[in-house]
Design a protein around this ligand. Structure first.
Ligand code: ATR
Length: 264
């Protein structure tokens, strides 16, 4: 039986085991997918387990998408460009690092029929998923990307990867067509933006990487008439679908049945 894991810290909330095990069963595969809360010092041993055939694949989530890279042998082009790995596969003992968050983000935006060409973007946050979002935005021809983060140094670090990024002060609200919440604000009731999104006007796309809980302060602004709101659920589903395809060579279905199963 093949063994897969999602690793991160925290990991309790992850829907990945439920989803991956559902698809494993649907496709009659002899495999199992679990979750494990780990520390940075565990990464080397986990990767050794992959090399030794004790594990067959990993998903990596916050905060290890970058620090896992030193333990991987080869990076896909997407992972190399973003310095971010969310999926590892093994080929004859060689560990390959992939980034399926990019596809997750890109395909979820394309599903909205939203054309990013010449659009101006504001990203809130500078955490683990942001390099994938910036890379996806550039591939979809966004013309200007502003980014703001409470801790400015982290935003400035991202400029080493993407030098045409414009960093603005936390709390400022420049003109934008699309705004992306890539912070963890919204996960806890007590978290507040202290940004008046209403001032931005309407005809905007609000994209929230968070999908649970709902509604949030950000989703309320995004759901005002004239705006479009999308949360990170489709991104989550699509990155998982792409990881499954890498490991099992089958593209699992995202259909009403799986959506119903996840909502139960
Ligand atoms: P990591 O930074 O470990 O990758 P993450 O969950 O991907 O973790 O990112 C958390 C993001 O939410 C960061 O951009 C964080 O800002 P800091 O870099 O200043 O920590 C942001 N964030 C979390 N709580 C916040 C708050 N109360 N106000 C503003 N930003 C917040």
């Amino acid at each position: 039986m093949k063994k897969f894991l999602v690793i991160g810290n925290p990991i309790g909330h992850s829907l990945s085991p439920k989803l991956q095990n559902y698809w494993i069963k649907k496709n009659n595969l002899d495999a199992i997918y679990g979750k494990l809360e780990v520390h940075e010092s565990d990464l080397a041993e986990l990767c050794k387990n992959l090399k030794d055939g004790k594990l067959d694949g990993l998903n990596i989530t916050v905060p290890f998408k970058n620090s896992i890279i030193q333990h991987v042998d080869v990076l896909s082009g997407h992972a190399l460009r973003t310095k971010s790995v969310n999926t590892i596969s093994v080929d004859k003992g060689v560990l390959i690092g992939h980034n399926t968050d990019i596809d997750g983000f890109e395909i979820s935006v394309k599903k909205l029929n939203y054309d990013l060409t010449n659009k101006s973007i504001l990203i809130l946050g500078a955490g683990g998923v942001v390099p994938s979002i910036i890379y996806g935005l550039k591939r979809m021809n966004a013309s200007k990307i502003n980014l703001t983060n409470r801790t400015k140094e982290k935003a400035i670090k991202l400029k080493n990867l993407f030098n045409d990024l414009t960093i603005i002060d936390w709390g400022d609200l420049p003109e934008f067509d699309m705004i992306i919440n890539a912070t963890s604000i919204g996960l806890k009731d007590s978290d507040k933006f202290n940004i008046d999104f209403i001032k931005a006007g309407t005809n905007k796309l609000f994209y929230d990487v968070i999908y649970e809980p709902y509604p949030t302060e950000f989703s309320l602004a995004g759901n005002i008439s004239g705006n479009i709101f999308e949360n990170g659920f489709n991104m989550f589903l699509i990155q998982a679908q792409k990881a499954f395809s890498i490991w099992h060579n089958v593209e699992p279905k995202i259909d009403n049945e799986v959506l119903k199963f996840l909502n139960n």
